[in-house]
Each structure stands twice: as C-alpha cells, then as structure tokens.
Design a protein around this ligand. Structure first.
Ligand SMILES: NC(=O)C1=CN([C@@H]2O[C@H](COP(=O)(O)OP(=O)(O)OC[C@H]3O[C@@H](n4cnc5c(N)ncnc54)[C@H](O)[C@@H]3O)[C@@H](O)[C@H]2O)C=CC1
Ligand SMILES: O=C(CO)COP(=O)(O)O
Ligand SMILES: [Zn+2]
Length: 348
C-alpha cells in the first residue's frame, strides 16, 4: 500500500512589481482577510521602507525585532493576541519574516510577507529558521498567505542585501549535491522535482548575472523571482534540503560562534565555495561558484566576510555538529582538511 502523503503549501498570491507596496490594502482585499493586522518588522521600518510604511501602517500595532529567536516569537504571539490581531504582516528582512511565520503558525492566523530586501529565499518558503540552543535549523511553518514584493523598494535596498540573496541562491548548487549524496548514502528521501527546480533556479540566476546590477529595478525583479522559486522548491520537498546543505551548516555555526559577523547569504556563499571543493576536489567546480559570487559582487573570502581565518576553520570543522543532516562533511572534516580547502579556494 502506498503510504506517502504531503501538503505542498504555497502562498495564494505573489504580487511583485513597481510600487506595489503603495496599495497593500488591495493585496489584503484580494485575500478577504478579516480583523486588524499586526505588523512585525525589521528595526526602524521608516529607514527600510520610507514613508510608504508610515502611510500604509499608520496606527497599526507593531513590533520591530532584529533577532530570530523563540523569545521574539513569544513576544509577537503575546502582543498580537493582546491586539486581537486578525493576521500578521511581516515587513523587512528574513528574520521578521521567519518570526512572523512561526508566530502566525502558533496563532493560526496567517501572515503576509512583505520583503524589503531580496536577501534570502525564505520569502515564500514553508520553513522558519530559528536557533534553538546549540542547534539550528528551519522547522515546518505555514508559508505566507501572500507576498507583496515591491521591486522599487527592493532595488533601493543596500546592494549588499541583494548580493546576499544571490549568494543564498547560488548555494543551492551545493545544497542539492549534499541532498543527492544523503539520498545515495543514507537513503534520505529525495525529490527529483524539488532538486531540479532548486538547481535550475541557481543556473538561471547565474545565467542572468549580467543583468544584475546595483540600482536596477530589473535586477530586483530577477533576484526576487529566483528567491520565490527556491522557496517553492523547499515547499515541494517539505524541507529546506533543496536550499540548505553543508554550506548552511557552516553559516549556522558562524551565527553561533561569531553572531552578527556577516549576512546569511554572504556566509552561505563562502561556505558553498569550500563545500563544493569537498565535493569535487581541487580541479572541481568550486571556481564556478566563486566566480559566480564574485560576478554578483558577493564575498568570496574570509576577509570580505569580515571574519578571521581561525573562526572560519572552527566553523567548518564543527559545522556537522549543529544539526542532524547528512552532508559532504560527514562526521566532521579534520582541521588539516579544512585549512587545505579554505587555502586552496582562497577563502583564507
Ligand atoms: N525560513 C527560510 O526558508 C529561510 C530563512 N532565512 C533566514 O533569514 C535570515 C537572513 O535574512 P536577512 O534578510 O539577511 O536578515 P535580516 O532580517 O537580519 O536583515 C538583514 C538586515 O537588512 C536590513 N534591511 C532589510 N530591508 C532593508 C532595506 N530595504 N533597507 C535597508 N536595510 C534593510 C534589516 O534591518 C537587517 O539589519 C536568517 O536568519 C536566515 O536563517 C534565510 C533563508 C531561508
Ligand atoms: O537558509 C535556508 C535556505 O536558504 C533555510 O535553511 P535551514 O533549514 O538550514 O535554516
Ligand atoms: Zn539560506
């Protein structure tokens, strides 16, 4: 008897384009939402979205947060309950979107994802990445009811945020390789469709590299489409496996031992260079990943990340400990192997 079943949870609407945030109420009307919204934002929403935030959200109860933690989730749940919120609106980067995702799951009220930076592929995903003690991974959560991605706003965001989103997508190359390896060696369930979509998303983004330039709204359009596509791959898989392999373990370990050092996407990009070296060796495709990151203007070295060599090696040699997810790192790479990989790839 065939005993598999899975919900493939996707947002109902993804509204993307120039100035769409100027009429958020139209997007909300599309969803026939009832009750008052409760706003969860990155710090200083006025700085990140200018007067559009003021006009749209004037008088709405809100919380701004810069940490994705269970404490932040509890704060949002308590405050939204207090405000008798009908639904949540997450406005900002990946952290408020992840916290709102988990809080709306807890409140069973749904949320609208309003990214103000094309910096990560959690915009539509059904995952919420919240550290728990010494472990770190994303847990299942409902995807947003809708996404409102204002490409004018996204294009105005600091360029490093867009290059972080590009790097988060480029890291799908090694994430899929780790997933395939885990399938072959540990019989981990693998989805050909989610794997192919994730890899194709990275290939298409790298193929559009020449059109991805600072200040171009076309760039925001292209990168946001890729981030949405990567999030859909995670929804098809019912896990972050299509977009999170050893390079993410490395980044999560960096978040634990050197919090706030660099943007998530930048960390996973540099991690992807080194884990690709572990996959295919000195003559392997790690140069393709490094060159793609460099073309997009994303960091490719420890220096460019602003992280010292020792911390890079510590994160790489302990990355396997942060989560029970089989990757090319196996039960951990030796310090010598980590130093060789980081040196040959020019990361340190
Ligand atoms: N759940 C999922 O599927 C995924 C979750 N993530 C999570 O997302 C987070 C990474 O996302 P980030 O956006 O890098 O983090 P973030 O939410 O910390 O945002 C980075 C910075 O950009 C600022 N910012 C946002 N929009 C801005 C704008 N328009 N102008 C100026 N500054 C702006 C924020 O205030 C913050 O200081 C990590 O916690 C990661 O684990 C990443 C990928 C997938
Ligand atoms: O960052 C992510 C995908 O880009 C989510 O992955 P994790 O499950 O490792 O948190
Ligand atoms: Zn990521």
């Amino acid at each position: 008897m065939f005993d598999k079943s899975t919900w493939i949870k996707l947002p109902r609407n993804v509204l993307q384009g120039h100035g769409v945030l100027d009429d958020l109420s139209a997007a909300v009307d599309e969803l026939y939402l009832s009750g008052d919204p409760f706003l969860v934002t990155s710090p200083s929403p006025d700085r990140i979205a200018g007067d559009r935030v003021r006009d749209q959200f004037d008088g709405i109860t809100s919380i701004s947060l810069d940490r994705a933690s269970f404490e932040s989730v509890e704060r949002v749940v308590d405050a939204a309950r207090e405000a008798d919120a009908g639904y949540l609106i997450a406005l900002g980067g990946g952290k408020p979107i992840d916290v709102a995702k988990m809080a709306s799951d807890r409140l069973d009220c749904g949320f609208i994802s309003v990214p103000t930076a094309a910096s990560h592929d959690g915009i539509v995903s059904g995952r919420s990445s919240i550290p728990e003690g010494d472990t770190r991974h994303s847990v299942a959560a409902d995807p947003p009811l809708a996404v409102v991605a204002d490409t004018e706003l996204l294009a105005e965001a600091p360029w490093e945020l867009t290059t972080a989103g590009c790097a988060d997508i480029i890291s799908n190359y090694t994430a899929v390789k780790d997933w395939e390896l885990a399938h072959r060696l540990k019989n981990v369930e693998y989805s050909e469709y989610a794997g192919a979509l994730s890899q194709m998303t990275a290939e298409m983004l790298v193929g559009s590299a020449d059109s991805i330039k600072p200040g171009l709204e076309e760039s925001a359009w292209i990168v946001t489409k890729a981030l949405v596509s990567s999030g859909v791959a995670m929804s098809i898989a019912g896990s972050s496996r299509p977009a999170s392999g050893a390079e993410h373990l490395f980044s999560h370990q960096l978040d634990r031992i050197a919090p706030g050092s660099a943007l998530h996407g930048h960390q996973v990009g540099v991690g992807s260079i080194m884990t690709e070296y572990f996959h295919s060796g000195a003559r392997g495709e790690w140069t393709d990943i490094r060159d793609a990151l460099s073309t997009m203007g994303a960091p490719t070295t420890a220096d460019e990340l602003g992280i010292d060599d020792e911390t890079i090696i510590e994160a790489l040699t302990t990355a396997h400990e942060i989560r029970d997810r089989y990757t090319i790192l196996g039960n951990g790479v030796s310090e010598e192997a980590a130093i060789e990989a980081a040196t040959i790839t020019g990361v340190i």
